[in-house]
Design a protein around this ligand. Structure first.
Ligand code: C2E
Ligand code: MG
Ligand code: MG
Length: 530
């Protein structure tokens, strides 16, 4: 066949490059545009098997297409990744023509797409977790130059068109493309579902949308991306800004703020920075109160001790403020201020016998600071240490159990009692009990409230009580709202109870409690300190 006919084929395909391969799929003729400088097809391809020119997965697809190509037919367009070597690639659309007069030779028309790019193997650089993304943000902000850093939120649509192996392959390509567009090739993160984020320079204008669309086209899938970018500014207190950023990121994710993640992020970040300032000011001014709720010996009805519960002005309950302070690592100073207030009350005339439990967020066991400050606050006062106990909340957040145990030991040796709060929720609470030596556990109120009608909750409480008996631990049932529940807890072997049945949190510990009509027992009279 004359060269002119072959060129006609090229024109017909409106392609950039024409290749002819022999019966063994070796390139015998190559002409037209080069994929990159120094890659003239004539020199680089001739005598090489065609499939060797492509990235392995593309090569497989091409091989399959060649095997099924029948004489006289032409293939569907194949979007492939042409390998430029050293991890660089260029996308190409390829069509095969099997002209009968050329057989067994066959023609390929290639159209080059986009620019060349580098692609790391995804195994080398897995996407970052959200925490790792924030650590990375921290170190990049610390090293920040005049070119501001920005966080791009990417919502990918269209991945649901494929499944199985093809989805895996598409996902791997997507991850790889995201990493390669991030600032250092390793700063992209999978946030949730189809939401991704990556760090890049604000000045980087390369289109993420286009790159994602192109990489998916290699798999023959039409994927689109919505990209929103926010500039990150480190602020005076870099650590605080970072924590606020992490929180803002969490909010973006949990709210599923797919529509405007950049706006949500910026708003939440600004609001969080203001909240941080006002929380610090509130703690500094001790602008909060403690309310006291009795914890009662179920057998005797006597008040065993009071739990001090924080009341923060302008909020319905302490929970949301406290959870935010935990996230922002501001809770230690607050928990210490609570300890200080509780100790002041316990030193007041008339409260010499009052035992008080304060709540301490588990993060306090992640460093030495809280324990040391608590020992300073109570220095030279063994009586206070004997009468003050700690309820460790949010145990799931303890990162190093062995170190936490060492800190707990010092606190307990000083005379404080320690309880694990809200026990039973969270899969690893038994693991904590195994690793942390404490004096008691507070059975989470959700089990207690269900116990009268839920056999499973009763079984769990029974086992827990059994186990605690063996370990010589006190058990406290939370949220005892009725006499029926109080009786059931006693029957199940729980020692202490707390809840509206015995009394609500009140501004002062109330030592006198009403008499329980049914039993004649006084609910909550101070009779002993077991
Ligand atoms: P918690 O330590 O488990 O406290 C018990 C919560 O249950 C209190 O809510 C209390 O008012 C409520 N409660 C008591 N009896 C009943 C009942 O019979 N039924 C029902 N439905 N609820 C009952 P509150 O005061 O809103 O505190 C919520 C959480 O905030 C506490 O849970 C604790 O995790 C945290 N918290 C409170 N004060 C502090 C503090 O000073 N430091 C720290 N780190 N956390 C605190
Ligand atoms: Mg508590
Ligand atoms: Mg609790």
């Amino acid at each position: 066949m004359a060269l002119s006919s072959r060129l006609l084929g090229l024109a017909f395909a409106s392609a950039d490059t024409l290749v002819e391969i022999d019966g063994e799929d070796r390139v015998v003729l190559a002409m037209g545009a080069a994929p990159a400088v120094g890659h003239a097809p004539e020199d680089a391809w001739t005598n090489r098997p065609l499939i060797d020119l492509f990235e392995p997965r593309s090569a497989e697809r091409l091989k399959a297409a060649l095997e099924t190509l029948t004489p006289g037919a032409r293939s569907e367009p194949l979007d492939l990744l042409y390998s430029l070597g050293r991890g660089a690639y260029r996308r190409v659309r390829l069509r095969l023509f099997s002209l009968p007069e050329l057989a067994p030779h066959c023609s390929c028309a290639l159209t080059w797409l986009g620019q060349s790019f580098e692609l790391d193997t995804p195994e080398d650089k897995p996407l970052l977790s959200r925490d790792a993304l924030m650590r990375q943000t921290g170190s990049l902000l610390a090293a920040q130059t005049s070119d501001p850093l920005s966080l791009a939120f990417i919502d990918v649509a269209g991945m649901d068109q494929v499944e199985g192996d093809q989805l895996n392959s598409l996902t791997a390509r997507l991850h790889s493309a995201l990493q390669s567009m991030s600032i250092d090739g390793a700063s992209a993160s999978h946030l949730a579902g189809n939401a991704y984020a990556l760090l890049r320079h604000e000045s980087d204008t390369a289109s993420i949308e286009e790159a994602i669309h192109n990489v998916a086209a290699l798999e023959g899938v039409d994927v689109s991306a919505d990209v929103r970018q926010v500039e990150l500014t480190p602020g005076v207190d870099r650590q605080a800004t970072l924590r606020a950023m992490r929180h803002a990121l969490e909010v973006c994710i949990t709210n599923g703020a797919q529509d405007d993640p950049d706006v949500t992020f910026k708003k939440t970040l600004d609001r969080t920075l203001v909240q941080m300032d006002s929380f610090r000011a509130m703690v500094k001014a001790r602008d909060f109160a403690l309310h006291y709720q009795p914890i009662v010996d179920l057998e005797s009805g006597a008040v065993h001790h009071f739990e001090a519960l924080a009341r923060i002005p302008g909020s319905d309950g302490p929970e949301s403020t406290i959870r935010l302070a935990e996230t922002l690592a501001l809770i230690d100073s607050f928990d210490l201020a609570v300890a200080e207030k509780a100790i002041q009350l316990m030193r007041r005339p008339g409260f010499g016998l009052t035992h008080v439990a304060i709540n301490v967020s588990a993060g306090a066991l992640d460093s030495d600071a809280y324990g040391q400050a608590l020992l300073r606050l109570s220095a030279g006062d063994p009586d206070i240490r004997r009468r003050l106990s700690l309820e460790i909340t949010e145990t799931a957040n303890i990162t190093d159990l062995a170190a936490a145990q060492a800190r707990l030991l010092r606190i307990r040796q000083a005379g404080f009692k320690v309880y694990l709060d809200d026990f039973g929720v969270g899969a690893s609470c038994f693991d904590y009990l195994n690793h942390l030596t404490v004096d008691g556990v507070k059975i989470d109120g959700t089990f207690v409230m269900r116990a009268t009608e839920d056999e499973k909750a009763r079984t769990l409480i029974r086992h827990l009580v059994d186990m605690c008996g063996g370990l010589e631990l006190k058990t406290v049932a939370e949220r005892v709202e009725t006499g029926e529940v109080a009786e059931l807890m006693l029957k199940l072997g729980v020692k202490l109870g707390q809840g509206w049945f015995f009394g609500r949190p009140e501004p002062q510990p109330r030592l006198e409690r009403p008499t329980l009509a049914a039993t004649g027992r006084r609910r909550g009279a101070v009779e002993s300190w077991g």
